[in-house]
Design a protein around this ligand. Structure first.
Ligand code: ZN
Length: 408
């Protein structure tokens, strides 16, 4: 099994230029090759076979591309190889030979977005506090945790906020079922229903309400100001570059804070419970509501679920995704009768059948927990008829494994 390990790196001032050059050259090689591929596709001819000799070796002798020889050729070769992989994935996906989400066609790379270059095994070495790259030299690296094995490649990333990262691909031994270390968290018998919301980020069936950090909302004033300032700066000016960086830094900060919050919450939930149930929210659909879209994006429900699924997978927990049409907020969690549809501003209601006073969200979470505990396989609809939906609860398989997730 392959895993990714990311570390922050701090290049010195004199290393920034060679890094930028390498990233620029890799980008140009990618774009040139992609242009050839697209041309071949339109003209319905075969893809050029010896693309690396055309795009790299021959191009180095031309006036327009002679600067390609200033950077490590490994970086350029790797860029081409990545493009070939991306192109093949796209075709395999189009033909239906590839599992999972549809892969879209590779895109041209922009100078203004995230930049990355990849070094193969022969072009880098790892030291205790640095990583040495071909034609660039030692770059200081903060090794936050040790690498489990020798990496096969390293990707150097520069994000929009100007931070640099080294991302290693390592081979991790596939844990066998008998291996004691397979699930390091150990067994528990807890179960938990999780109702996601906006007033509170999550309401647990234990009655706990997890505060919504509303990270973007807190920074919105500053983001708006930065955006305004950016739009007033002249095109291609240094001032514009500076303001763009400032805006990117604000967004990066929010993203980091959100990721941190979601990691802590999901880790705690997975540690404390054997079975977890969440509602299958149609996030893409809900975001279309213009009044709520910002608040929903700010909350990060999708990422929450991805993390939860991946961590459940890693630690042998069961995640149950409850059908989005299951009326979790309508049913009384005590007697199972339907209390009917309620407007969003109704926060509390009393069951007509058993007189229990419910907190709307806690009741919904308790209903979800029933799925987790396997107690519920039918419910009553609005007219009081029993409805059983055997396909309601889907045992979830993580589409992304924990190892594939980028941790920042
Ligand atoms: Zn009741």
């Amino acid at each position: 099994m392959k895993a990714r390990y990311n570390y922050r790196i701090y290049p010195k001032k004199h290393q920034l230029e060679p890094l930028a050059k390498a990233m620029g050259c890799a980008r140009v090689v990618w774009n040139d090759a992609l242009w050839l591929y697209k041309k071949a596709e339109i003209e319905q001819t075969d893809r050029p076979k010896s693309i690396s000799s055309v795009i790299i070796t021959q191009a180095k002798n031309t006036e327009a591309r002679k600067w390609l020889s200033e950077v490590s050729s490994v970086v350029l070769q790797q860029s081409l190889r990545d493009l070939q992989t991306a192109w093949n994935n796209y075709f395999e996906s189009k033909k239906g030979n590839r599992k999972g989400k549809a892969v879209s066609k590779p895109k041209f790379k922009k100078k203004s977005s995230r930049q990355a270059i990849r070094f193969a095994k022969n072009a880098f070495t790892i030291h205790s506090e640095s990583v040495k790259l071909a034609k660039i030299g030692h770059i200081k690296m903060v090794v936050s945790r040790p690498l489990p094995s020798d990496p096969s490649s390293v990707t150097i990333i520069k994000d929009c906020a100007g931070r640099y990262f080294a991302s290693f691909v390592v081979e991790v031994a596939q844990p066998t079922p008998s291996c004691a270390k397979r699930y390091p968290l150990g067994q528990t018998d807890g179960s938990c229903g999780i109702d996601l919301g906006l007033t509170h980020f999550a309401i647990l069936s234990s009655g706990e309400k997890v505060e919504n950090p509303r990270l973007q909302k807190k920074m919105l004033k500053r983001i708006k100001k930065a955006n305004r300032r950016l739009s007033r700066a002249k095109k291609d000016s240094n001032r514009r570059k500076k303001r763009k960086l400032k805006l990117a830094k604000l967004h990066a900060k929010i993203k980091d804070q959100r990721t941190d919050f979601l990691h802590k919450l999901t880790t705690r939930l997975v540690r404390e419970n054997q079975t977890l149930a969440v509602e299958d929210l149609n996030v893409a659909g809900l975001i279309k509501n213009r009044k709520l879209s910002r608040a929903i994006s700010d909350a990060g429900w999708s990422k929450f679920k991805t993390l939860l699924a991946a961590k459940c997978d890693k630690h042998g927990r069961e995640l149950i995704i409850v059908d989005r049409y299951y009326p979790s907020s309508q049913i009384c969690s005590c007697c199972g009768e339907s209390g009917g549809k309620k407007e969003l501003d109704v926060r509390e209601w009393t069951c007509l059948y058993c007189n229990t006073v419910h907190d709307r969200d806690i009741c919904a979470a308790e209903n979800l927990n029933k799925w987790a505990g396997g107690q519920s396989d039918q419910y009553k609809n609005g007219r009081g008829a029993s409805v059983s939906l055997p396909t309601v609860a889907v045992r979830c398989e993580a589409s992304t494994t924990y190892e594939q997730l980028s941790l920042f």
